[in-house]
Design a protein around this ligand. Sequence first.
Ligand SMILES: Nc1ncnc2c1ncn2[C@@H]1O[C@H](COP(=O)(O)OP(=O)(O)OP(=O)(O)O)[C@@H](O)[C@H]1O
Ligand SMILES: CC(=O)N[C@H]1[C@@H]2OC[C@@H](O2)[C@@H](O)[C@@H]1O[C@H](C)C(=O)O
Length: 367
Amino acid sequence: MMLTALGLMSGTSLDGVDVALIETDGKQVKAFGPSGYRAYSPAERNLLRQALSEAVHLPQRDARPGILAEAERAVTRAHAEAVAAFFAQNRLKPEDVDIVGFHGQTVLHRPERRLTVQIGDAPALAKAIHIPVMHDFRAADVEAGGQGAPFVPVYHRALANSLDREGPIVVVNIGGVSNITYIDGNDTLIACDTGPGNALLDDFMYRTMNQAFDAEGKFAALGKADEAWIARALELPFFALPPPKSLDRNDFAALRLGDVAPADGAATLTAFTATAITRIIPLLPRRPRNWIVCGGGARNLTMLRMLRERVGSATVEAAETLGWASDAIEAQAFGFLAARGLKGLPLSYPTTTGVPMPMTGGVIARP
Ligand SMILES: Nc1ncnc2c1ncn2[C@@H]1O[C@H](COP(=O)(O)OP(=O)(O)OP(=O)(O)O)[C@@H](O)[C@H]1O
Ligand SMILES: CC(=O)N[C@H]1[C@@H]2OC[C@@H](O2)[C@@H](O)[C@@H]1O[C@H](C)C(=O)O
């Protein structure tokens, strides 16, 4: 049975809420609907940054001490507003949507403690938008001993199935953190986080230039990367681990560049992300032939150039050039995952999160 699923994603970049509609049976995508975006205000972004700092002390996934309760209300409100605006723009009614996939905002990810925390009040959202809301996608996986991330690989596989490309294909998502999905034929699906995405660069641009990000990578293009610094950073044990593996947004936040010219710092952090992504190549079964880049980092032309320089003869394409709605992919993925969850299909596998067996998940809140 085909479902109309609305996916809602608030990623680790803390930039805003992505909204996307798809028609799917949880295996294939029958049609892509419109997508939308509701940016967080500077005040909301600050609140989320504080929530992330306070969340490091959280003992369990449903605790909301201190500022976390306020941040959760803000996340829920922002999502309700995002849906209302999306419905108004696209002349949709609640009856047009069967299920909503609501990721929430990750504030802490510690799979080794069997803990991953996404804030956002699904029952309140379901009541506000009058549609059943699926949430808590990562919880069952982490409880069973999985990494709880990444979860987009099953959706990347569905997208890649309709591509005419020789494998192995790698889909790279460069968000706050970067993750890859390795697809080789019908049987091989391997995934993991690879290291930083844009978060370190965004934080650096904010501190040094008072800008939210390096638009199109123009600033990094003016600088020179410090390869010795990158080589040292890549000695951290995470990078030598084989997949599956996952990260918290702030796992590399303690890395400091020292006293550098801002453009050189931006170049170094951009090259760090690109090099960390390609550091996964020797840990994969075969060398990828096609790299497809999505997420906000695909708009960073310096990042794309640096990736191309590091993958040898393989191709590197921005997902947008294949007709994929790059910015909407994660939101679409959580709509797709909601449809899979409703049907009891696996959301994660031993090769994508390290969970002991293929695992379904998601919890439904009804209006
Ligand atoms: N025009 C642009 N030029 C360069 N970088 C951009 C541009 N637009 C967005 N970005 C980068 O992409 C980031 C947002 O990416 P995205 O929306 O994929 O992240 P996310 O979904 O929050 O993260 P995650 O996938 O880790 O959950 C921004 O913070 C910025 O660094
Ligand atoms: C715990 C968490 O929210 N992780 C995010 C984060 O952002 C990118 C990367 O780290 C990925 O593992 C994941 O998001 C995507 C949507 C995923 O689960 O596939």
